[in-house]
Design a protein around this ligand. Structure first.
Ligand SMILES: [Zn+2]
Ligand SMILES: [Zn+2]
Length: 446
């Protein structure tokens, strides 16, 4: 039997032989961005490519998810490679869809190319007879929590229960046949000190949809008879801003509301104003505490103007916790490709990912590999090194799978034996379901 390092060499060569095709895949998705739970064409492309390498994909998982499996020589740990299907909306991005503003300004197109690139390399090089267990190639919907209103409508129609892809897949049982998971997020070279990094942790978040209800009236001749919902929203936002000095630095709270509807017509006192916001923080306790303050501020805006406010609180992301041992195995492969010192573990990220949800029930890693420049979620985000954006993740996924599953898969079994889940699937789902809350405060004078 070939040794592990030979296998890695062979799979990397196979990925390089298919470089043009893998890069083209990533660029095709880049030019056809689709937002969460709407990733129909992207999902079809994934299924077609999985079939082309001999996998038998299951489709339509949590609406658009696609899952294919590659079996080793015996049963054993089931390791998922995750790629996120969805784009963001960043209408200023040069490649944004001119109608919807959808744009891959977070680089998820590269995740799909990397995940499929690993499938192409591992199947072409016929690696699986050397492994135990399974590699599960999993394209998942909706990592970005956007379009809150659209997703609430999907929930109301019973299409989904949770508004993010991974929680919804967990709830529907699509992670029941997976033991551990990894994915690679594209990183920007701006500010990066090494080719790859694995944060210790990242923020979790609650998501809020807010509706202020006032009373319409002629804005010029009868404002005295109106109730200005926009003023109520502005007072609430100023009150939220005033809370910021009350947050502890260690809790890394981030609150960033947007107004999704500011009024109907400039000559009408705004009778309905809608907002969305995240309440992010480094721990569940910190998020819950900040959320109480936000609710207080929202009510304050309504009270001040004699308006009403509806507050809809929705589970978002749990804080991320990366598995150290998996991370170190991954990091050794980064250093094998790029040299010593090109990987580090550390720090806390103030963004959020629903890999954090999975991390509460199974070992996961969510490292970043530099292949882009500019600001994540910004108009200047661009994959400027296609080889590292699309091919390097494919290689690192495949190499790490070989380390974990080679022979009798001893390293993967050891990680699973040691792992202590923070929650069971059932307690996770019960916790998430307990976060949903809808309340209406009537603050009008008698
Ligand atoms: Zn993002
Ligand atoms: Zn992302």
């Amino acid at each position: 039997m070939s040794n592990k390092e030979d296998l890695k060499h062979v799979v990397c060569e196979a990925i390089d032989r298919h470089a043009d095709m893998i890069i083209d895949l990533g660029e095709t998705i880049l030019r056809n961005p689709e937002t969460g739970f709407n990733e129909v064409r992207t999902a079809a492309l994934v299924a077609e490519r999985m079939k082309a390498v001999g996998l038998t994909p299951r489709t339509g998982l949590a609406l658009t998810g696609v899952k294919g499996r590659l079996s080793g020589r015996t049963l054993g740990p089931r390791l998922a490679f995750i790629g996120e299907l969805d784009s963001l909306r960043t209408s200023e991005h040069p490649l944004a869809d001119p109608v919807t503003g959808a744009a891959h300004s977070c680089g998820h197109n590269a995740q799909i190319a990397g995940m499929l690139g690993a499938a192409i390399g591992l199947t072409d090089a016929e690696i699986s007879p050397h492994l135990s267990g399974e590699i599960v190639f999993f394209a998942v919907p909706a990592e970005e929590f956007i379009d809150v209103e659209e997703r609430c409508a999907r929930v109301a129609k019973g299409e989904i229960e949770f508004m993010l892809g991974k929680p919804e897949l967990v709830a529907k049982g699509h992670f029941d046949d997976i033991d551990m998971a990894m994915m690679i997020h594209t990183g920007s070279r701006d500010g990066a000190k090494t080719r790859a990094v694995l944060a210790e942790s990242s923020n979790g978040a609650l998501v809020k949809r807010i509706r202020f209800i006032g009373r319409a009236a002629h804005a010029g001749s009868l404002p005295q008879l109106g109730v200005n919902a926009l003023s109520a929203a502005m007072i609430a936002m100023n009150a939220i801003a005033a809370q910021r000095e009350t947050f502890w630095e260690k809790d890394t709270i981030r609150i960033h509301p947007i107004i999704t509807k500011g009024g109907d017509a400039v000559s009408v006192v705004p009778a309905e104003v809608t907002m969305e916001t995240f309440v992010r923080g480094g721990s569940l306790e910190a998020i819950v505490d900040a959320n109480k303050k936000v609710d207080r501020c929202l009510r304050a805006g309504a009270i001040a103007m004699g308006a009403e406010v509806e507050i809809h609180t929705i589970p978002g992301y749990l804080p991320q916790r990366n598995d150290r041992q998996m991370g170190e195995i991954f990091g050794a492969n980064v250093e094998a490709l790029f040299g010593p010192g090109e990987f580090h573990i550390g720090g806390h990220r103030t963004g959020s990912t629903d890999m954090g949800d999975l991390a509460h029930i199974m070992p996961v890693i969510h490292p970043y590999v530099v292949g882009a420049e500019g600001k994540a979620h910004g108009a200047d985000w661009r994959i400027n090194e296609p080889r590292h954006g699309y091919l390097t993740p494919a290689k690192l996924l495949a190499m790490t799978a070989i380390d974990l599953l080679y022979g009798d898969a001893a390293p993967a079994k050891e990680i699973l034996a040691r792992f202590e889940p923070a929650m069971t699937k059932e307690s996770y789902l019960a916790f998430q379901r307990g976060l949903f809350r809808k309340e209406r405060h009537v603050c009008a004078d008698e």
